[in-house]
Design a protein around this ligand. Structure first.
Ligand code: SAM
Length: 439
């Protein structure tokens, strides 16, 4: 990614720094700060440059921190958050972008003035020149953990849960995710849409995980792709596209999608049943529910949509549905390559709270499932507490629940259910477990 013209450089970096402050110190998500960056920067090139900096620093925060420590005589004071981020940004730019070294140092020094911290000019200059002089030995001195660039609690958990795969999971988490589409089979075919993409000069290929998935090599603005407003496709990771076929819906069935927003899986289920099911899509978040409506409209699909708390027993009718999808709120540790902010936003003690919420939603969903119906439990987590251990507990507590082993060849078999790990078959990490209600 090339840098913007001279007079806009300082602005784009300052906007990136402010966005990082929001993610790293005020708990905001990357998608929220992206909107903010896009409002402040109108040029696509500036937006791209700024977001590349923000995402890169989110991804490599822990490695950059280790480098920074190695370059400093004494650690920065805790309150100097802006200077720390300024140095992360400059180090990331030196390591991963094409900006000439002298320009990175100049711009970083200029930023100290913009931040009204002229005292930091000498420090910033010294740290960056120190790194440029000694980069080889500094990088060689970093320990293995710094190279993984994850918070230590998360490295420990992933290592404990996946003793044979943890390094690969951590490495894949630091990769950039491909842009994967789900072709709307009610409007076109995968082959036809591939041809359309090729005719538009785009390089794309099928992803074998899903019959509907296409992966694009180039990162493009999806609204500019042919057929977006006509609903020819949606953006959805190939791992997320596994839900619809696993749920085994047939036309005429009553289907409940709990935790449905923004409606990716709801719409896929509708597309795979020719829009001929009775679908109720529920989510607790009213703003996100609007996105279900928008997606249904763009794809020309029909469902009932409701704002409700899936953990609240009063919100759902008993024995009403033949199929239930529980795409539970989770740590999102399977989608870190797509959302590197998760590493900063998620804290170790969030997991226990999430596990309790997932159990409450599952118990409630179970009441609403008809006899002989199927419930599919899904998370985009790689942590066993939220996945196989959650479902082991559920099966122990519900004598009428029988696990249905998944006859598939992807992912890792677990004690119950199956885990697709991040990067496997070029997809994000998802856990799936299918359960039947028996008499
Ligand atoms: C993993 S996302 C769902 C993604 C969606 N299924 C899709 O494929 O587009 C989890 C969703 O759970 C919702 N959620 C969290 N707690 C909930 C609750 N108590 N009841 C209903 N929905 C909840 C969140 O608002 C979020 O939209």
């Amino acid at each position: 990614m090339s840098q913007p013209d001279n007079n806009r450089q300082a602005a784009t970096r300052l906007i990136a720094l402010r966005a990082l402050m929001q993610v790293m110190f005020h708990g905001q998500s990357l998608s929220t700060v992206r909107e903010d960056v896009y409002t402040k920067l109108t040029e696509p090139r500036d937006r791209g440059f700024s977001m590349e900096l923000v995402q890169g620093v989110c991804r490599w925060r822990w490695k950059l921190d280790a480098i920074l420590l190695a370059c400093l005589n004494k650690p920065l004071r805790k309150k100097e958050k802006e200077i720390k981020l300024l140095l992360y940004l400059a180090l990331y730019e030196l390591l991963a972008m094409h900006t000439p070294d002298y320009a990175v140092v100049d711009e970083a020094v200029k930023l100290t003035r913009k931040l009204s911290k002229p005292w930091a000019k000498a420090l910033v200059n010294a740290v960056l020149r120190n790194f440029l002089r000694e980069s080889e030995s500094i990088l060689a001195s970093l320990d293995e953990t710094a190279g993984y660039s994850h918070p230590s609690w998360l490295i420990e958990r992933i290592r404990a849960d996946w003793p044979n795969h943890w390094q690969s999971v951590l490495q894949h988490n630091n990769e950039r995710a491909p842009l994967t589409l789900r072709v709307n089979r009610l409007r076109t075919t995968r082959q036809d849409y591939l041809t359309v993409l090729t005719e538009h000069g785009l390089t794309a290929s099928v992803n074998a995980l899903s019959d509907d998935a296409i992966t694009l090599t180039d990162n493009v603005d999806i609204t500019s792709l042919p057929g977006f407003s006509q609903g020819l496709f949606s953006v959805q990771d190939a791992g997320a596209q596994l839900a619809a076929p696993l749920l085994q819906c047939e036309q005429g069935m009553s289907v409940l999608d709990l935790c449905a927003a923004p409606g990716g899986k709801t719409c896929h289920v509708l597309e795979s049943t020719a829009n001929k099911i009775e679908m109720l899509a529920v989510d607790v978040d009213a703003t996100r529910v609007q996105r279900i409506e928008q997606n249904l409209q763009r794809l020309q699909l029909q469902a009932m949509v409701r704002v409700a708390d899936a953990a609240d027993a009063a919100s759902l009718a008993a024995d009403a549905f033949q199929r239930i999808l529980v795409d539970a709120p989770c740590s999102a540790t399977g989608v870190i390559r797509r959302h590197p902010d998760i590493k900063s936003l998620r804290q170790a003690d969030d997991i226990e709270t999430l596990v309790a919420l997932q159990a409450a939603i599952l118990n409630n969903a179970w009441r609403s499932l008809q006899l002989d119906g199927l419930l599919l439990y899904v998370t985009c987590s790689v942590l066993r507490d939220e996945n196989s251990l959650q479902m082991e507990r559920f099966l122990q507590q519900h004598s009428d629940a029988v696990e249905q082993p998944l006859a598939v060849d992807w992912g890792q078999a677990c004690s119950v259910g199956r885990q697709l790990l991040p990067g496997e078959q070029d997809a994000d990490g998802f856990y799936y477990c299918l359960v039947r209600k028996c008499g």
